[in-house]
Design a protein around this ligand. Structure first.
Ligand SMILES: Nc1nc2c(ncn2[C@@H]2O[C@H](COP(=O)(O)OP(=O)(O)OP(=O)(O)O)[C@@H](O)[C@H]2O)c(=O)[nH]1
Length: 312
């Protein structure tokens, strides 16, 4: 049964009992929030790595099925801020929580609830938004241990459901989706059915480049870089897209490391990023990568704004 609704000035047909709403994913850095989002979406929207604080912006994944549309907001991991960028990231994570229809609080089930988890549990305590506690990485522990962990979390989180999953393997993610669906109110399609994210391609391309840097570098480098895509243009007479992007570092020494001996590291970053970008855009890509130094950019409000980290 279809119903006619008006949305953004246009008439749209939706299922009579169509549900739609916003779902925030919160949790300590590195618990698997981006992995879960990508698994649920069936494609790569958020970047993943084994280094904490990979996610810096709110990233939305829009999942549309016949009876519902869920808009996921993948927040930067909440942590004790050490600099302005850290404060921005925490603010991004908490500001959305009041406005959403459901919160997925992700924890790592192979570890005891730690101070970071308890910090977040306290942050959520007074919210009216329903919470689903998602115990991720169940592939790493036994059933017995899982039950113990659920018990421990029941003591500290007032959730309406406690669902163990393995985001990486997709185990139990369907059960989680069913639970999310129950929390969505009746509503229209906020985005067209074929739209999977509200982020412009430029942003996702920059994130894919950043992901490769995270995978291929160590220590201070991963968190001292920002990537800006400067041009995306079709190459005349070819089916190739020309994309140029700059990786900004904080110090000249980091620039040297990123470029590597005879430019080898930068070449490898470019090669890996190009593969992902081609899959994202469904087109051949020529990726022109540069490394530039912007001294101490993480502590400068203006630089943060230039790199797109601004509070709404
Ligand atoms: N064993 C196992 N590892 C997982 C699972 N889900 C995620 N991981 C791993 O955990 C690490 C962190 O995953 P991310 O998805 O980047 O974590 P995040 O919470 O988005 O991290 P931030 O962006 O730092 O907030 C990666 O190495 C993942 O492969 C899981 O279900 N099982």
């Amino acid at each position: 049964m279809l119903n006619e609704v008006w949305f953004k000035g246009e008439r749209t047909l939706v299922n009579k009992n169509f549900k739609s709403g916003f779902v925030s994913i919160v949790g300590r850095p590195n618990v698997g929030k981006s992995t879960l989002l990508n698994k649920v979406m069936g494609q790569k929207i958020a970047i993943m790595s084994n280094k904490p604080q990979t996610t810096r912006n709110k990233i939305q994944g829009i999942l549309t099925e016949e009876s519902f549309q869920a808009i996921f907001i993948d927040t930067p991991g909440i942590h004790k801020p050490k600099h302005k960028l850290g404060e921005y990231m925490n603010q991004q994570a908490t500001s959305t929580l009041r406005e959403v229809d459901a919160i997925l609080f992700l924890v790592e089930v192979d570890q005891e609830p730690g101070t970071g988890d308890i910090f977040i549990a306290n942050l959520l305590k007074d919210l009216k938004t329903p919470i689903i506690l998602v115990l991720n990485k169940m592939d790493l522990i036994s059933k017995e241990m899982l039950l113990v962990r659920i018990g421990q979390y029941k003591d500290i989180v007032n959730a309406i459901a406690f669902i163990p999953i393995s985001a990486i393997k997709g185990e139990n993610t369907e059960v989680l989706l069913d639970e999310i669906k129950k929390l969505l109110p009746d509503g229209p399609m906020f985005f067209s059915a074929d739209q999977v994210t509200d982020h412009p391609e430029r942003f996702i391309i920059a994130e894919l480049v950043r992901e490769k840097v995270l995978h291929l570098t160590h220590e201070e480098i991963p968190h001292s870089i920002a990537v800006v895509v400067e041009h995306i243009a079709e190459r005349e007479g070819t089916d190739t897209l020309f994309i140029s992007a700059v990786i900004y570092t904080e110090r000249p020494s980091q620039k040297g490391i990123l470029i590597g001996k005879q430019g080898l590291l930068l070449k490898e970053i470019g090669k890996r990023a190009r593969g992902d970008i081609e899959r994202l855009l469904g087109s051949k890509v020529y990726l022109d990568l540069w490394v530039k130094v912007k001294k101490d950019w993480r502590n400068h409000a203006i630089e943060l704004r230039n790199f797109g980290f601004q509070n709404e």
